[in-house]
Design a protein around this ligand. Structure first.
Ligand code: SF4
Length: 256
């Protein structure tokens, strides 16, 4: 049986409103938002991030995009070269083939540009809903809700979703989160999920959210340190560092 996402006692009457939670998280993670990164680099980095640690994603993405920074160059790249460059990433052989196929599909179908519609993005090799939504949000500034492992877990703990799949969580969030918050919800919940509402040992004793149906009566695990303010600690685009445009430090993903 799958491990329950909700830990501690549950009282759905305690389910907080998304706008209230996001307002509280903005106070913890205050910084300017709204920047964008190059859509192609966002797409490539998000594919590389699948099943890969964030530090390894950063290294692999920088190596690959430093050598093949756009669709034309990556479409013509030898797969063996791509494998070597993204080797720090998990499943690098499969990803190398996928990335070259992806770049060729961009050349064949879209003139080397990244499409801006969800449907066209989902039709590309190696692109699932999380990746497509990341590209929409961080590459184009189009409202969407990328659901990575943190967004999935935190949303279920807060009672916003009751789903075992990221797709189900995305549907639930789309129904209850006002569209004006879609551009920020991924980043805020990723930061919160990494630092406070952690997968194991959520720091309920330090959590600023007043209403949570999964709050642990014992204050949760860990309790060491405090949430770090500011800074893109979590994001694919934050990890890309100098490869992305200044001010465009957002994003992050999960599977597909
Ligand atoms: S850390 Fe906060 S949001 Fe997460 S389970 Fe504990 S009280 Fe709920």
């Amino acid at each position: 049986m799958a491990r329950p996402l909700h830990q501690g006692s549950r009282d759905e009457g305690l389910r907080p409103a998304p706008a209230d939670v996001l307002r509280a998280l903005r106070r913890i993670y205050p910084r300017e938002r709204g920047g964008r990164a190059d859509p192609f680099q966002t797409l490539v980095a998000t594919v590389i991030s699948q099943r890969t640690r964030e530090e390894s994603t950063a290294i692999a993405s920088q190596r690959l995009l430093g050598r093949f920074p756009d669709a034309p160059s990556l479409a013509a790249a030898p797969v063996a070269d791509v494998e070597r460059l993204i080797r720090p990433s998990g499943f690098y052989r499969n990803k190398a083939r996928t990335l070259v196929r992806l770049a060729r599909a961009l050349m064949d179908r879209h003139g080397g540009r990244v499409p801006t519609s969800l449907e066209e993005l989902l039709a590309l090799p190696g692109v699932g809903r999380k990746t497509a939504n990341c590209v929409l949000v961080y590459g184009f500034g189009v409202p969407a809700i990328p659901v990575d492992t943190h967004v999935h877990r935190v949303s279920n703990r807060l009672g916003w979703a009751h789903s075992s799949t990221p797709e189900g969580t995305e549907r639930a969030l789309s129904a209850i989160v006002p569209r004006e918050h879609w551009l920020e919800i991924n980043e805020l919940l990723v930061l919160f999920g990494r630092e406070l509402c952690r997968p194991i040992g959520p720091r309920c004793g330090e959590c600023p959210l007043e209403r949570c149906p999964s709050r642990r009566a014992d204050g949760g695990g860990g309790g060491r340190g405090r949430a770090r303010a500011g800074g893109p600690k979590c994001t694919v685009l934050g990890e890309l560092g100098s490869l992305v445009a200044p001010g465009a430090r957002r994003g992050k993903g999960y599977e597909g």
